[in-house]
Design a protein around this ligand. Structure first.
Ligand code: AMP
Length: 421
């Protein structure tokens, strides 16, 4: 029969990789908790309208990357391509702004984008997202970037760069957009066909284009930082000062605009040099108009997303046994198997990682299995042991063994592990 494989660009996370994933997720929960963030778990499916209205109708994500389907009742549903919109939807729906002035939330989970799969780019990938709502002060921007940097360092990443920029606000961005349109139109023939269309639909998206000739056009484009109104300019200056106070190194990149339409003022991106072409590890920014544009109160916000797969790929791989067993019970005959069945499960109920084998294989093959399971001890029960009413407990590291009476065996083993812990 032909085998069924996973969908292109969608990967399994295998048992040997899960411990590293868990460690990263635990670190995020810990560090984000220290900064006052609480976990929210939002659905992986939402109404399509949510993403169209927040990310922007003319972004790559909404135009060509969303997994959208019509449900049986004709409702348009989308597998979430990012989490910010979902978190904001929940924030509004549950009136969270009524409970506290500043709401800090984080969420972890899979996102879905129908991109062309390549190294570091998948169709299902995982993000850790943090969102701070209700604090418009520049300290908040610096603090959330500081939290991201702390988290990356905590999980062992040292080699990364942080770029920041300001995208202005609804008052100063239109003048910039007007001049960008004029600039792009004057050199339209040098742009790829996609970007020629973007001049009319969403000119800022030309900044994200990877085509060389478009990159050259952008290199000579007006600089967004010279268009900031006094409020945005002051905000950006303060963010930089606070980052310096917190000893966070950064570079300003006025060409970094990020691929989503909702960003205002501060935008930031973390890249890692050991990732290859898809080197963006994390990104985020301020989105002061997003909550109200989704029908909520006039509340400001800022957030970021870290890509788990890229973070895992940029961390040095630890050579650890991915499986640890406390005791393997080698049962060499049928009667021993009966004892092993009860004993194994009683030990597990007491928090001891116990394993056995019910196929009565030879001692040699059972010792091999114990090694494979990375077992600290092996308990040997065969005909001779049953006759003597004594079993052998082998310490697999020290390579020595002791005898234990068959009576009260469970208690004796529990005591050994109690002494060790
Ligand atoms: P974005 O939501 O586009 O700002 O992306 C935030 C982070 O998610 C990026 O910096 C990547 O680490 C990760 N990411 C985005 N798209 C993908 C993808 N298709 N495959 C793997 N990781 C991704």
């Amino acid at each position: 029969m032909e085998k069924i494989t996973a969908i292109k660009g969608i990967k399994d996370i295998l048992p040997q990789d899960s411990p590293a994933w868990n460690q990263i997720e635990t670190a995020a929960r810990r560090i984000f908790g220290d900064f006052g963030f609480r976990e929210i778990r939002v659905p992986i499916m939402e109404k399509t309208e949510l993403f169209k209205r927040s990310i922007g109708e003319t972004t790559d994500i909404v135009e060509k990357e969303m997994y959208t389907f019509t449900d049986r009742d004709d409702e348009l549903i989308t597998l979430r391509p990012e989490a910010t919109a979902c978190v904001i939807r929940a924030y509004i729906e549950h009136n969270m702004h009524n409970y506290e002035q500043v709401t800090k939330l984080y969420t972890l989970g899979p996102m879905f984008r129908r991109e062309r799969p390549q190294k570091g780019r998948f169709r299902q990938f995982h993000q850790i997202n943090a969102e701070a709502l209700g604090d418009e002060q520049p300290q908040c921007d610096a603090e959330i970037i500081f939290m991201l940097v702390n988290f990356l360092r905590f999980v062992g990443l040292n080699d990364f760069s942080l770029e920041i920029n300001s995208l202005g606000c609804k008052y100063c961005r239109p003048t910039f957009s007007r001049d960008i349109v004029a600039h792009l139109s004057s050199v339209e023939k040098n742009l790829c066909t996609n970007c020629q269309r973007r001049i009319r639909t969403n000119p800022l998206r030309v900044f994200d284009c990877k085509v060389d000739s478009c990159g050259e056009v952008i290199a000579n484009a007006p600089n967004i930082l010279s268009y900031l109104c006094s409020h945005c300019d002051e905000h950006f200056k303060l963010v930089r000062t606070f980052l310096e106070d917190l000893k966070v190194s950064y570079t300003v990149n006025s060409k970094m605009v990020r691929g989503l339409d909702y960003y205002t003022k501060t935008a930031f991106e973390v890249t890692s040099s050991n990732l290859g072409a898809q080197n963006a590890l994390a990104g985020g920014g301020r989105y002061d108009g997003l909550v109200s544009s989704l029908g909520g109160p006039n509340v400001t916000g800022i957030g970021f997303a870290v890509g788990m797969e890229r973070l895992m790929a940029s961390l040095p791989r630890k050579q650890e046994h991915d499986y640890q067993t406390d005791i393997f019970i080698a049962a060499l005959c049928e009667k021993a198997q009966k004892i092993a069945f009860l004993l194994t499960n009683e030990l597990r109920s007491s928090g001891i990682k116990a394993q056995t084998d019910y196929t009565a294989k030879s001692l040699k093959s059972q010792m091999k299995r114990a090694d494979k399971l990375n077992s600290s001890y092996t308990l040997i029960i065969g005909d001779n042991e049953l006759e003597d009413k004594k079993v052998q407990l082998r310490d697999m590291k020290a390579k020595n063994q002791i005898s234990l009476p068959l009576d009260n065996l469970t208690e004796a083993i529990k005591n050994i592990f109690k002494e060790k812990s």
